[in-house]
Write a protein that binds this ligand. Structure first.
Ligand code: JHZ
Ligand code: ZN
Length: 416
């Protein structure tokens, strides 16, 4: 893999949130290709761009972050292959989220709900069903077009501080702003949060989801580290970030989705609830706001890698065939960091029809439809989308009844 230094990315030397100058790297995943940049088969011989993937801790604001910033135009623009609606569990999760918001707030035809990174309309369509006006904002044109098709008005653009001012001038302010799994993706974190502050009505609320750093560390979910994810949030770091912009974390919920997530409720006035105080006290007690907490992590990642490779090589030595499930972004990190590719794994399956027919970045596994598991009967399947393991195992009863087995890599490689 070829690295072209200076092309399309920059290495940060100061904290991307607070500007602090004492970033401490604690994990180096090497040079990796971009996790969602799938390869067309005809481009299989063209060397891919790779970028350094180093994770660091900022002692000034407790934010964990990667040092490399890849230009967003490269990460998210054309051919961004992620469509939220391929997971029924995620759709159910999002629908429940909307029903709770409708329960809590008086929303009607004169309200406005905005979602940042609204993808294919998977969440906002639930408000539309209830007659609440919405506007989605998403820079990826494929998913944005899919959203419009299901009746979710969507502006195809990056959400920035300037965009927010223009938007408020044209559409007014929002009662609810949703932003799921996007805060970590934004290079100008402060501008994004300032934009949210501007977008909210005085009594409005931003309901924001992100993977929880504590679960990432606990469960060795190192594969959720890739260039799209610039930040890895604790409640403490989030509190520091939002306060800087006159926004307050008043409530927080823990969710099981994506290996363990936070849903935070942010408002333009301070009314800190018990849920926030409890989690912040817990983080302080375990030292999640100190560098020491991360000292062992790199060794634990390597242990996982060694165990997984040990298992894969043992099975290959016994003449077993192995495929993979989920052409997920996190799958790219798992494969590339472990050095797994077409030498060990025959193919990967994924329900997302936009991914099928392409090759995984770096590892170049061909992406096929899930039906191929039953058709081709690999002995084992490496579960790259382990965050949806329950859902996928249930769907794959036929393959499993025929003797097929899954290898779940996280938190510790095991066969199910
Ligand atoms: P999935 C995504 O990451 C996208 P990824 C993004 N980078 C992000 O921030 C995180 O989530 C939080 C497929 N699948 O969603 C769909 C099946 O084939 O865990 C996906 O390609 N059958 C913005 O890409 C992949 O697996 C199924 O039954 O790491 C899962 O990828 C299900 C449920 C999924 O995340
Ligand atoms: Zn900082």
């Amino acid at each position: 893999l070829l690295h072209q230094p200076g092309v399309a990315s920059q290495t940060e030397t100061a904290c991307r949130c607070c500007g602090g100058q004492s970033l401490h790297p604690f994990l180096d995943l090497g040079f990796t290709p971009l996790a969602d940049r799938l390869i067309r088969p005809e481009d299989g011989d063209t060397p891919e761009l790779t970028f350094p993937l180093v994770v660091a801790f900022c002692p000034d604001c407790a934010l964990v972050q990667i040092l490399e910033t890849v230009a967003p135009e490269i990460l998210f623009a054309d051919a961004y292959p992620y469509y939220s609606s391929f997971s029924p569990a995620l759709l159910e999760h999002s629908r429940a989220n909307v029903l709770q918001r409708l329960d809590e707030r008086e929303l009607g035809p004169s309200s406005l709900v905005v979602e940042l990174a609204s993808n294919d309309g998977y969440l906002l369509k639930n408000y539309v069903e209830h007659g609440v006006p919405v506007c989605g904002i998403d820079p990826a044109d494929g998913p944005a077009a899919a959203a419009r098709k299901v009746g979710v008005p969507t502006l195809c653009d990056f959400f920035t501080e300037e965009f927010a001012s223009k938007f408020v001038g044209e559409h007014g302010k929002a009662d609810i702003v949703h932003a799921n799994n996007v805060l970590a993706h934004v290079a100008d974190t402060n501008g994004f949060v300032a934009g949210i502050r501007n977008l909210l009505k005085p009594n409005g609320v931003a309901v924001i989801e992100m993977p929880y750093l504590l679960r990432l560390i606990e469960h060795v979910e190192f594969d959720t580290i890739y260039h799209e994810h610039l930040c890895y949030f604790s409640v403490t770091a989030l509190d520091n970030l939002f306060r800087r912009h006159g926004l307050f974390l008043n409530r927080v919920e823990e969710l099981a989705i994506h290996g363990g997530s936070l849903r935070i409720f942010v408002e333009p006035f301070e009314a800190t609830g018990e849920s926030v105080e409890k989690l912040m006290a817990h983080e302080k007690a375990i030292g999640l706001d100190t560098l020491d907490f991360f000292a062992e992590f790199s060794a634990r990642v390597d242990t996982l890698k060694e165990k997984l490779l040990g298992l894969v090589y043992k099975l290959k030595g016994e003449g077993r065939s192995i495929a993979a499930y989920g052409a997920a972004a996190k799958g790219a990190t798992m494969l590339n960091y472990c050095g797994l590719d077409t030498r060990q794994l025959d193919f990967v399956v994924d329900r997302n029809v936009n991914k099928q027919g392409m090759l995984m970045p770096g590892a170049h596994l061909p992406i096929l439809a899930p039906e191929e598991l039953v058709a081709r009967k690999p002995d084992f399947v490496l579960m790259l989308a382990w965050n949806f393991a329950d859902e996928i195992l249930a769907q794959q009863q036929e393959y499993r009844n025929a003797g097929g087995r899954f290898i779940v890599p996280v938190p510790e490689p095991r066969i199910v």
